[in-house]
Ligand binder design. Structure first.
Ligand code: NAD
Length: 294
C-alpha cells in the first residue's frame, strides 16, 4: 500500500479520496475547508496542516482543484509542493485545466527529478462516488504505468492520450462534443414537441435511428423521459452549466492556439453563456433544454 497525499476534497476529490482510503492506502489529505478535512479523518485519513505538510512523506500526490491558477499556485513557487516532496514522488493532477499550465507544472516537476502526469476525469460526481471514473492521462509510458494502480482505485477506464498535457486536450475535446450533442438533442426534441410528438416517443425513435447519441442513452435533457437524471430533478446535481462553460472556454482557447475551426463549439459556447447569464450557472448542463422549450 502507498502513502497518497490527496489535495482538494470538493465534490469530486472528496469521494475520490474516500475510494483510496477504502482500498487500504495510507491517505493524507489537505483542503482549505476544515469540514472537508474532518470528514476524511472520520473515514480513516490523516489530515495535514498544509499542502506542503501533506506531501512530505507521500509516494504519490493527487490534486483535484477547481482551475489552472489553483494548480499552478499549489505546485510552483517557494511554498509549492514540488520542493516539499521526497525523491521519486509521482504527482497526478486530475483537475480540468488548460494544457499549457499542465505542461508548465509538468516541466517544473521533471526539473525537480520527480514525475508528473495530467489525468483529468470524466464521469462526474456519481462516477467519483462509485469509483467508475474515466481517467485521461498525459505523460510518459513509465509514469502512466506507475499511476495506473492508484487511479484504478478511483476509476474503471484508464486512457493514455499522449505526453503531458494530452490528457487535458483529449478531455476538453470530449466535453466540447458533449456540449454540441446536448444542445442538438435539446433542439431536436423541442422541435418534435412543438409539432405534437411525445418526447418519450421521439427519444425512442432517435435511440434506434441515426440521431442516437450518449445524451439520449444516458442523460435525456427533457423531463419525464428518463429516471435518475438531473432533468428529472429540476436539473439539480450533475455537471453544472458554469463548469461546462469553463470547459468550452478551454476548448476555444485550444482551438485558437492551433488555428482549428470549431464553429459548432462556438455556437454551443454562445448558448451556454446566455444560459449561464439567465440564472442557470449552478444547474446541470442538460438544462440547456429550457433554452429551446416554448
Ligand atoms: P469543487 O469546487 O467542489 O472542489 C475543489 C476543492 O479544492 C474545494 O474543496 C476547495 O476548497 C479546494 N481547494 C482549492 N484550492 C485549494 C488549495 N490551494 N489547497 C487545497 N485545497 C484547495 O470542485 P470539483 O467539482 O470537485 O471539481 C474539481 C475539478 O474537477 C475541476 O477542475 C472540475 O472542472 C473537474 N471536474 C468536475 C466534475 C464535476 O462534475 N464536478 C466532473 C469532471 C471534472
Amino acid at each position: 500500500m502507498k502513502t497518497v497525499a490527496f489535495i482538494g476534497l470538493g465534490n469530486m476529490g472528496g469521494p475520490m479520496a474516500s475510494n483510496l482510503i477504502k482500498q487500504g492506502h495510507n491517505v493524507v489529505v489537505f483542503d482549505l475547508v476544515q469540514a472537508a478535512l474532518e470528514q476524511k479523518v472520520k473515514e480513516g485519513a490523516k489530515a495535514a496542516h498544509s499542502a506542503v505538510d501533506a506531501v512530505a512523506d507521500a509516494d504519490v500526490v493527487v490534486s483535484m482543484l477547481p482551475a489552472a491558477h489553483h494548480v499552478e499556485g499549489l505546485y510552483i513557487g517557494d511554498s509549492g509542493i514540488i520542493n516539499a516532496a521526497k525523491p521519486n514522488t509521482l504527482f497526478i493532477d486530475s483537475s480540468t485545466i488548460d494544457a499549457a499550465t499542465a505542461k508548465r507544472v509538468g516541466e517544473a516537476v521533471e526539473v525537480s527529478g520527480n514525475t508528473f502526469i495530467d489525468a483529468p476525469v470524466s464521469g462526474g460526481v456519481a462516477g467519483a462516488a462509485a469509483g467508475t471514473l474515466t481517467f485521461i492521462m498525459g505523460g510518459t509510458n513509465d509514469a502512466v504505468e506507475r499511476a495506473k494502480p492508484i487511479l484504478s482505485c478511483m476509476g474503471q477506464n484508464l486512457f493514455h492520450a499522449g505526453d503531458v498535457g494530452a490528457g487535458q486536450i483529449a478531455k476538453i475535446c470530449n466535453n466540447m462534443l458533449l456540449a454540441v450533442l446536448m444542445s442538438g438533442t435539446s433542439e431536436a426534441l423541442s422541435l418534435a414537441i412543438d409539432n405534437g410528438i411525445d418526447p418519450k416517443v421521439m427519444s425512442d425513435i432517435m435511440l434506434q435511428s441515426s440521431g442516437c447519441n450518449w445524451t439520449l442513452q444516458k442523460y435525456n435533457p427533457c423531463p419525464d423521459v428518463m429516471d435518475n437524471v438531473p432533468s428529472r430533478n429540476d436539473y439539480n446535481g450533475g455537471f453544472m452549466v458554469k463548469l461546462m462553460n469553463k470547459d468550452l472556454n478551454l476548448a476555444m482557447e485550444t482551438a485558437k492556439g492551433t488555428g482549428s475551426a470549431t464553429p459548432l463549439a462556438a455556437a454551443a459556447q454562445s448558448l451556454y453563456r446566455l444560459h449561464e447569464q439567465g440564472g442557470y450557472a449552478d444547474k446541470d448542463f442538460s438544462s440547456i433544454f429550457k433554452m429551446f422549450a416554448k
